[in-house]
Design a protein around this ligand. Structure first.
Ligand code: PRX
Length: 636
C-alpha cells in the first residue's frame, strides 16, 4: 500500500471531500478495500439511511480488528515500536514492538478463552492508561468479545451501572492507578461494584506491586500469572463487519449512562482514516495521545487508529503537571514526537505556569499539536502556536463524539498552513461527513447561521446502536438527521464554531457529565430532598459544576453540603464532584413545578442579566434566598 509522505494540499482536501459526498459508495469502497485487511471482502460499502434507521457498512465483509491492528504489520514492521508508555513518574517508560505486543495479546486472548470468553461476550476493563489496557482491548477484539472500558476515575456505582449495562462476564482491573505521585486504590472500588455483579465470574487483576491486596481465587486471578501460563500464539477468527467491537458509555441527558455500541469495520476504519486526516499523522512518525484510555479519544486515537495505521503510539498515565508543567515537552523531546494530541484543559493547566517549562525542552520534532473534546479558546490556541509550537507547528482544533467513533470536524492542517485557520473554530467537516445547521423546527439553514449541529448522512463511524435503532434523542427527533446535541454557528467563510451543549450535559475538562446523573447521586443521600446541578464557565476546566440542594426536614446541618459532595465523589467519581454544593431552602420552579436551571446558573455566575424572564417563577423570594446562600457559603 503506497502512502503519501506529505499531507494533501487544500485543493486536494477540498476535492477529496467533494468526492466523498458525491459518491460515498465509490469513495468508501476504495478506502476500505485498501486500508483494511479482509478475510472476505465486502459486497457493498454502505446501504440504508438515517431516516429509516438502517444504515449498514461493508456488508458481506469479514475481518478481525486485532489482526488489522497488529498481525498484519508483523511482516514489514514486526520490530518497529508499536507502544511507548510513559508512567506517572518520569523514567517509568515501557515500550513494545509490534511483535511483543502481538505476543502479549495472544497470551491474554488464550487466558480469556480458557475462562470461557466467546465472541459477543462482554468484558469489562477498569484500568488506568497502561499498556495492559491496550492489550486487553485488542485481546477482546481478537476473540470478537465486546470490551467495555470504564474510566478508572469513576466510582463504584458508576462502574457497576456500566458493567451491568454491557452484560460483562469478566472484569480486567488493577490494584492501583497512579496520579501525580499518588497511588489510587482501584481494587476496593471494583470490589464494591463486583459485590452487586454476580454475572462476572472472573476478575483478572494487574498487580503493580502494592502489598496488602489479596485476591480471592478462583474468581480473582493475577493478570500476569494468567497470561504467563498461556502461549504467545493464537489463531484469530474473523467476524462480520457489523459485529460489535466495543461499548462505551456517555452521559445521557436522561440520567442513565448511554451505552454506545460500535461495529467492527466502520469504527476501525473511521479511527484510522481520521488519525491520518485530522491529526495528520505520517508514516514513520512518533505520535502521542495523552488522553485517558477510558474515553473515545483513547479508544480511537491511542489504540485503533494509530495501530491500524502501523504507527508508533505513545500513551501516558498521570497528569500534565507532574512532576512539573514541562512533562509533555519532556516526552516530546525524549521520544521525538511529531504529532501531539491533547485536550484544552491540560493545555490551560500547563500554560498557567508560563512559557519556561515548554522552552526548556527541544520541541523541534513537533509538527502538529491537536486538541479535542472541548472548545479550544483563541488565547490558548495562540499560546500553543507561538510557545510550544514555536510559531511553525500546526495547531488543530478537532470536534468529535463517542457516537461518531471519533472526529467529525477539524481545522485541517492545510487550512493552518494557508493561515486560514480561525482560532476558536473547529473548521470544516472531514470527508464523508455531511454537516447541517438546523433551526429549532429541524429545517437546515443555509449560509451564515446559528442552530443545532446535525449530520445529514450516515458515515462509517456512526455507532451501530444509534444508526440501526433510531435513537429517539439523536435520530428520531428530526428524521434524516443525526443530532449531535451541540449548538453551532457557521460563519460567512463556512467555518464552524461550537457554541456548547443543547441538552442537560456539561463538559467538564473535556468529559461529558449528565447533570441528571449527578442530581440522582445527590438525591440518593437520605438527607437530600431536592437537587439541581448546573454548569458554569471555568477558566481551567471549561465548565464547572455547581449543585444546589434542599435538605430533608430535620436533616439540615452545617456540613451537609460537604457531605453531599463527598457522596457524589464516592458514587460517580471525583470528576463529577461539584465545585460547591449550596444548601438552599427551596429551588426556583415554574408554576407548573419545572426546575428553572437557567435561573440557578445565572445566580451561580453572579450574572443578573442572564436571569431572563422570571414571570413563570412560582416563588420570587427563592431568588434572594439562593443569592444569600451563595454569598454566605464558603467553598464546601
Ligand atoms: O459537546 C461536544 C464536546 O464534547 C462532546 C463529545 O464528547 P465525547 O463523546 O467524550 O467525545 C470527545 C471526542 C473528541 C461533544 O458533543 N466537544 C468535542 N470536541 C469539541 C467539543 N466542544 C467544542 N469544541 C471541540 N473541539
Amino acid at each position: 500500500m503506497s502512502r503519501p509522505s506529505a499531507s494533501p494540499t487544500a485543493h486536494d482536501a477540498a476535492a477529496e471531500y467533494a468526492r466523498s459526498i458525491a459518491d460515498p459508495e465509490a469513495y468508501w469502497s476504495a478506502i476500505a478495500g485498501t486500508e483494511l485487511l479482509w478475510d472476505r471482502p465486502f459486497t457493498r460499502a454502505f446501504s440504508g439511511s438515517l431516516a429509516a434507521g438502517d444504515a449498514s457498512w461493508f456488508d458481506g465483509g469479514v475481518l478481525n480488528a486485532c489482526v488489522n491492528c497488529v498481525d498484519r504489520h508483523l511482516a514489514a514492521r514486526g520490530e518497529r515500536t508499536a507502544l511507548i508508555w510513559e508512567g506517572d513518574e518520569p523514567g517509568s517508560t515501557r515500550t513494545f514492538t509490534y511483535r511483543e505486543l502481538h505476543g502479549e495479546i495472544c497470551r491474554l486472548a488464550n487466558a480469556l478463552q480458557r475462562r470461557g470468553v466467546e465472541a459477543g461476550d462482554g468484558v469489562g476493563i477498569y484500568l488506568p492508561t497502561v499498556p495492559e489496557a491496550v492489550v486487553a482491548m485488542l485481546a477482546c477484539a481478537r476473540l470478537g468479545a465486546v470490551h467495555c472500558v470504564v474510566f478508572a476515575g469513576f466510582g463504584s456505582e458508576a462502574l457497576r451501572q456500566r458493567l451491568a449495562a454491557a452484560d460483562c462476564r469478566v472484569l480486567i482491573t488493577a490494584d492501583i492507578a497512579m496520579r501525580a505521585g499518588k497511588a489510587i486504590a482501584l481494587k476496593p472500588i471494583a470490589d464494591r461494584a463486583l459485590a452487586a455483579l454476580p454475572g462476572i465470574h472472573s476478575v483478572l487483576v494487574l498487580r503493580r506491586g502494592v502489598p496488602g491486596i489479596t485476591l480471592s481465587e478462583p474468581r480473582e486471578l493475577c493478570l500476569r500469572r494468567a497470561m504467563d501460563a498461556e502461549s504467545p500464539a493464537h489463531r484469530a477468527a474473523a467476524f462480520p463487519s457489523a459485529h460489535p467491537l466495543f461499548v462505551l458509555h456517555t452521559s445521557g441527558s436522561t440520567g442513565t449512562p448511554k451505552a454506545v455500541l460500535h461495529a467492527t469495520a466502520g469504527s476501525l476504519l473511521w479511527a484510522m482514516r481520521t488519525h491520518r486526516l485530522a491529526l495528520d499523522w505520517r508514516e514513520g512518525e512518533v505520535y502521542a495521545c495523552v488522553a485517558d484510555i477510558g474515553w473515545i479519544t483513547g479508544h480511537s486515537y491511542i489504540v485503533y487508529g494509530p495501530l491500524g495505521n502501523g504507527a508508533t503510539t505513545l500513551l501516558c498515565e498521570g497528569v500534565p503537571t507532574h512532576p512539573d508543567p514541562g512533562r509533555y515537552w519532556a516526552m516530546v523531546e525524549q521520544h521525538r514526537v511529531a504529532v501531539l494530541f491533547t485536550v484544552p484543559t491540560a493545555v490551560r493547566a500547563i500554560a498557567r505556569h508560563g512559557d519556561a517549562p515548554a522552552l526548556a525542552h527541544d520541541r523541534s520534532s513537533l509538527r502538529v499539536i491537536a486538541t479535542a473534546g472541548e472548545a479550544l479558546d483563541a488565547a490558548t490556541w495562540r499560546w500553543l502556536r507561538d510557545v510550544p509550537g514555536g510559531g511553525s507547528c500546526a495547531v488543530i482544533d478537532i470536534y468529535g463524539q463517542t457516537e461518531a467513533a471519533g472526529h467529525l470536524l477539524a481545522a485541517r492542517p492545510q487550512a493552518f498552513a494557508m493561515g486560514a485557520s480561525k482560532p476558536g473554530s473547529v473548521g470544516s467537516p472531514l470527508p464523508g461527513v455531511v454537516v447541517a445547521v438546523l433551526d429549532g423546527a429541524g429545517n437546515p439553514l443555509v449560509g451564515e447561521a446559528a442552530g443545532m449541529l446535525a449530520i445529514g448522512a450516515p458515515w462509517p463511524g456512526l455507532a451501530k446502536s444509534i444508526g440501526d435503532r433510531r435513537d429517539p434523542d439523536c435520530l428520531a427527533r428530526h428524521p434524516g438527521f443525526y443530532l449531535t446535541g451541540d449548538g453551532c454557528r457557521r460563519d460567512a467563510d463556512g467555518h464552524l464554531w461550537i457554541t456548547g451543549r443543547v441538552d442537560d450535559v456539561v463538559n467538564v475538562s473535556g468529559v461529558r457529565l449528565g447533570t441528571v446523573e449527578i442530581e440522582a447521586a445527590l438525591l440518593a443521600h437520605p438527607a437530600c430532598a431536592e437537587a439541581a446541578v448546573v454548569g458554569v464557565p471555568h477558566a481551567l476546566k471549561g465548565s464547572a459544576l455547581i449543585a444546589f440542594a434542599v435538605a430533608r426536614v430535620g436533616q439540615d446541618e452545617p456540613r451537609l453540603g460537604a457531605v453531599l459532595r463527598a457522596a457524589v465523589r464516592a458514587g460517580i467519581g471525583p470528576i463529577a464532584a461539584p465545585e460547591r454544593v449550596v444548601m438552599v431552602p427551596a429551588l426556583p420552579k415554574t408554576r407548573s413545578g419545572k426546575l428553572m436551571r437557567r435561573v440557578l446558573r445565572a445566580l451561580a455566575m453572579g450574572d443578573d442579566g442572564a436571569l431572563g424572564d422570571l414571570t413563570a417563577l412560582a416563588e420570587p423570594s427563592v431568588i434572594d434566598d439562593v443569592r444569600r446562600a451563595l454569598s454566605e457559603l464558603p467553598n464546601s
